[in-house]
Design a protein around this ligand. Structure first.
Ligand code: ZN
Length: 267
């Protein structure tokens, strides 16, 4: 089985994880910029992180025969500091021409605060001005529904943004319909403990279809499973899904969305 891992924080994984992805049939790995598990103390920390995502990590992935792509932004959690956010936003344009950068992400909201919304709007403007794809992070638990509504509103308010060029990630049962109705894509993040389990993800596929849907493992510095996507694909076969259905969800769909950036190419 071929698949694409469209959302994985590989900077926090060991080389064995690259090997596992490769052995499981992964054809490309995409890494949004995110919180590192701690707050960075200066814009220089982000400069180094962006260099890591655009220069170092693609080389590490290439050792395992995997194309590595990335997304850039200051994540919502650290966006609360407006001065820092402005300084980091100013760093991004010079990295956008790097050959593996697909767009702006993962932007969005964490606590749905005023400052976070301001920085979200700045990122949406940046994406529009540079014709970039957008990948969005939605808040956790009780903030998710409200946050998803605020994010969709912000994106719809900017008339330059085409919905089919945006993916809203970490959807759950109570937000997926809202996202799909907006014309945007939806991503399901498979976590062993929180967010969405494989069984819940498959239930959503069966209920809503897989027209504009993908699955990812996130595999960050917390408890997560880099093989969550192929394991869920296996689970789908047990529930009677055809190989064509599974291939569409785990391979064709991410390829279709990501190919809207001319930089996304599979070997
Ligand atoms: Zn993430």
């Amino acid at each position: 089985m071929n698949y694409i891992e469209p959302h994985a924080h590989m900077v926090s994984r060991v080389t064995d994880d690259y090997l596992k992805l490769k052995l499981a049939g992964c054809q490309a790995v995409c890494e949004p910029a995110f919180w590192a598990g701690f707050d960075r103390s200066s814009p220089a920390g982000f400069h180094d992180y962006f260099s890591q995502l655009t220069e170092h990590e693609p080389k590490r992935a290439a050792k395992f025969g995997l194309p590595h792509f990335c997304w850039l932004c200051i994540n919502p959690k650290e966006s609360e500091d407006l001065k820092l956010a402005e300084e980091v936003l100013a760093l991004i344009p010079k990295f956008l021409n790097a050959p593996n950068v697909l767009g702006i992400g993962e932007i969005g909201l964490n606590k749905n605060s005023r400052n976070e919304i301001k920085v979200l709007e700045r990122h949406v403007d940046l994406a529009a001005r540079h014709q970039q794809l957008i990948l969005v992070h939605t808040p956790h638990l009780e903030d998710k529904l409200k946050g998803t509504r605020l994010i969709l509103e912000t994106l719809k308010n900017d008339k330059r943004i085409r919905p089919e060029r945006v993916i809203i990630d970490h959807v759950e049962e109570h937000t997926i319909e809202l996202v799909l109705d907006s014309g945007m894509w939806a991503g399901m993040t498979l976590y062993p403990e929180s967010k969405c389990t494989p069984a819940r993800a498959i239930d959503m596929v069966e209920r809503y279809g897989s027209e504009r849907l993908w699955m990812n493992s996130a595999c960050d510095w917390g408890i997560s499973d880099p093989l969550a996507v192929p394991k869920t694909a296996l689970e789908m076969t047990k529930r009677g899904h055809t190989i064509e259905n599974i291939d569409r969800l785990v391979f064709q769909n991410p390829a279709r969305f990501l190919s809207q950036s001319s930089k996304f190419k599979l070997p």
